[in-house]
Write a protein that binds this ligand. Structure first.
Ligand SMILES: *Cc1c(COP(=O)(O)O)cnc(C)c1O
Length: 401
């Protein structure tokens, strides 16, 4: 068996058909190589990717410093159990605390970070509270706790009984949360910007109100920043746009530049509730992920990528709003940093394949929303080139209406 040869897309698809569990819908293409915002398929076709790594590749494909540090780390030390100390884990925790707040627990994915945050909220209460308020159209991951927290019935089908104690409020509706709050509630959990739910941006007064409500009721405010964190919105973390701070924050996706890594950040007083024996993750905080995370953070800082993220955000927002004035199929534009939702009056799915044919990769979510999560180091030329293709596709879709 030749494990290194690069098969055609068709050959790879044949392997999947036979040997891989078919739980994903996949584009009929095998990807083999990436660099920055570009990725190549097995047939040598190049794509400009405006949704690289489903939001994980915050610096695009194979960011040089991440590649170099991972290569160095791999030959030094790959993994040691969490019964030992490693400098890399201490240093990455310091980075996250300095740019954000609190103390870190490391895991490997977003869902795992959410599970840990749910356990932390229940462990932290002193009076046996267990209820958690989350939101309609949220997305928190696929494990049983995380999927229960996810306020979308379509993801719950066939999985019952779900985890007890979750209730859902409409997003940006403070009165509805006040209504659900009771003395059994231990936490309010939400994305400061809903990603999967269609790029829905929280109002400032809503988040300030939730902060107050959590304080008044002695429960935790947990932000799921798995998608919004690590520079995605032009700040290190999205909460920093709002002038309030959550008690707990979950991170993953872009956290280590495309290497699997998740984290919980918690205020020190809250963090103390994860005592030895209460929670663990065997691979969590492994030296490779930590080296990749540090390299990602250093790259964002050294290359002023928060500034680039904001500038590219303004640029693409202008492009979109200009076209929206002309094309009524664009019914709403929601942009925060490199988190972009273009809400259409029609299904967004046909736009994905039409753009792909022309070499541009985008995503459709929540039926009608074209979602872009470009790398925060994308260039102005790449933004313009990508938008040219998307706008052509939108115009054609408008003609077909
Ligand atoms: C993707 C996502 C998750 C789940 O992350 P996984 O790594 O897929 O488990 C959780 N919360 C939010 C906001 C996400 O976008």
């Amino acid at each position: 068996m030749n494990m290194t040869a690069t098969g055609s897309s068709q050959e790879t698809i044949a392997l999947f058909d036979k040997y891989v569990i078919p739980n994903y819908g996949r584009y009929p293409v095998s990807l083999v190589r990436g660099e920055g915002s570009h990725v190549w398929d097995a047939e040598g076709k190049r794509y400009l990717d405006l949704f690289p790594g489903w939001g994980c590749n915050i610096l695009g494909y194979c960011p040089p410093k991440v590649v170099q540090r991972v290569q160095e780390q791999v030959s030094q030390l790959i993994h040691v159990p969490n019964t030992w100390y490693t400098e890399q884990q201490g240093k990455f925790a310091q980075w996250l605390s300095t740019k954000g707040f609190g103390q870190a627990f490391f895991c490997n994915s977003g869902a795992e970070a959410i599970e840990g945050a749910i356990k932390l909220a229940r462990l932290h209460t002193t009076d046996n509270r267990y209820r958690i308020i989350s939101f309609e159209n949220s997305f928190h991951g696929r494990t049983m706790g995380a999927i229960t927290a996810t306020g979308q019935p379509k993801y719950h089908e066939g999985l019952g009984p779900l985890v007890a104690g979750f209730r859902y409020a409409p997003y940006n509706d403070l009165a509805a949360v006040e209504e659900l709050m009771d003395d059994e509630t231990c936490a309010i959990l939400l994305e400061p910007i809903q990603g999967e739910g269609g790029v829905n941006i929280a109002d400032e007064s809503f988040l300030a109100g939730l902060r107050q409500l959590a304080d008044d009721n002695n429960c935790l405010l947990i932000f799921d920043e798995v998608q919004t964190g690590m520079g995605r919105t032009g700040e290190w973390f999205a909460y920093q746009r709002y002038g309030i701070q959550p008690d707990v924050m979950t991170l993953a996706k872009g956290l280590a530049g495309g290497v699997a890594c998740g984290a919980i950040m918690a205020r020190p007083e809250v963090a103390q509730s994860l005592r030895p024996g209460t929670h663990a993750s065997t691979f969590g905080g492994n030296a490779i992920a930590m080296a990749a995370g540090i390299a990602t953070a250093e790259t964002i800082e050294e290359e002023n990528l928060l500034e680039n993220c904001k500038a590219m955000s303004d640029r693409i927002k202008q492009h979109i709003e200009q076209l929206a004035a002309e094309l009524p199929i664009i019914q709403d534009v929601r942009v925060c940093g490199m988190m972009i939702g273009i809400d259409l009056t029609t299904s967004a799915t046909p736009a994905v394949s039409a753009c792909m044919e022309r070499g541009v990769l985008i995503n459709a979510t929540h039926d009608t929303v074209v979602r872009l999560l470009p790398a925060i180091n994308i260039t102005a030329e790449q933004v313009d080139e990508g938008w040219q293709v998307i706008s052509d596709v939108f115009r054609e879709m408008a003609e077909d209406q």
